[in-house]
Design a protein around this ligand. Structure first.
Ligand SMILES: NC(=O)c1ccc[n+]([C@@H]2O[C@H](COP(=O)([O-])OP(=O)(O)OC[C@H]3O[C@@H](n4cnc5c(N)ncnc54)[C@H](OP(=O)(O)O)[C@@H]3O)[C@@H](O)[C@H]2O)c1
Length: 262
């Protein structure tokens, strides 16, 4: 195993469950010290204890990333941040016609602005030291729009736009910017998002385990690879979409229509 992360300081948002929790444990296994944030303090403390048992330091900081001051406080607690993982996020799936304005706003505040506020808080230190890595947990829904997920897709498209721009701003200044774009992952996410509201073709994709996404996030923090899409079948479909966008959308609509009738 590589020792690139040993002794580094890593901040992870949304570490109380799912991908963020698995990512904290994977970083701990690779020897990184952690500062983790989320709103549910008890769950967060439990994750911190498990990380400490792996021999690293881990501080839990109750944080609501939709609030800029709380993001600043989380980053300040970490001191020099070597790696920032912007992972906190949620979805409420609905058609554009039926989506509640408050749900659309809340998703943007957490998924997009949460990442903006944490990044803005960490950047000055990273730029001054000429090192640091930002890993944004985006999604395949940030690379292709899916029916009944428009509000959520918008937050991830926004995050990917920010990631692309940030990379061009800091490249050559010692910093690295990366994104991990997972497809369906087996977490609490779907309790709120309602898998049943996804297009049927998307529901067909088998869920990955959060540990698999966690490894990809840690690998990106180690090697700085700009974009990881997983699993491989999702990466293939996104490649198809990028080359033939109209065809990919027609395919998605047709397959969904057929499946929804059966
Ligand atoms: N599951 C999937 O299929 C999938 C696919 C692609 C991308 N993703 C992305 O992966 C990330 C993690 O999701 P997950 O699947 O692991 O879902 P999850 O198990 O529901 O975890 C979401 C995490 O985000 C935190 N969070 C939510 N709102 C927050 C807020 N306002 N402030 C701070 N933390 C907040 C939650 O903690 P608290 O509730 O304790 O605050 C929790 O730790 C999200 O950005 C999601 O969009 C998920």
């Amino acid at each position: 195993m590589s020792h690139a992360l040993k002794g580094k300081t890593v901040v992870i948002t949304g570490a109380s469950s799912g991908i963020g929790r698995a990512t904290a444990l994977e970083f701990a296994r690779r020897g990184a010290n952690l500062v983790i944030g989320a709103r549910r303090g008890e769950l967060l403390e439990e994750v911190a204890r498990r990380c400490q048992q792996l021999g690293v330091s881990c501080t839990a900081v109750v944080t609501d990333v939709s609030k800029r001051v709380e993001c600043k406080r989380l980053i300040d607690r970490a001191g020099n941040v070597d790696v920032l993982v912007n992972n906190a996020g949620f979805a409420t799936y609905d058609s554009v016609a039926q989506a509640r304005p408050e749900d659309l706003e809340a998703m943007m505040q957490t998924n997009f602005f949460g990442a903006v506020w944490c990044t803005q808080a960490a950047l000055p230190g990273m730029l001054a030291r000429g090192e640091g890595t930002v890993v944004n947990v985006a999604s395949i829904t940030g690379l292709m729009g899916y029916a009944r997920m428009g509000g959520y897709c918008a937050t991830k498209f926004a995050m990917i736009g920010l990631t692309e721009a940030l990379r061009d701003e800091v490249i050559g200044r010692g910093m690295r910017v990366a994104m991990v774009c997972p497809a369906t992952t087996d977490t609490e996410f779907f309790v709120k998002a309602e898998r049943g509201k996804m297009p049927a073709a998307s529901r067909l994709i088998l869920s990955m385990k959060p540990e698999r996404v966690a490894r990809a996030i840690c690998d990106s923090a180690e090697d700085g690879r700009y974009r990881r899409i997983l699993p491989f079948t999702a990466a293939l479909f996104i490649r198809l979409k990028e080359m033939f966008p109209r065809f990919a959308h027609v395919l998605m609509r047709r397959v969904s229509r057929v499946l929804e009738k059966t």
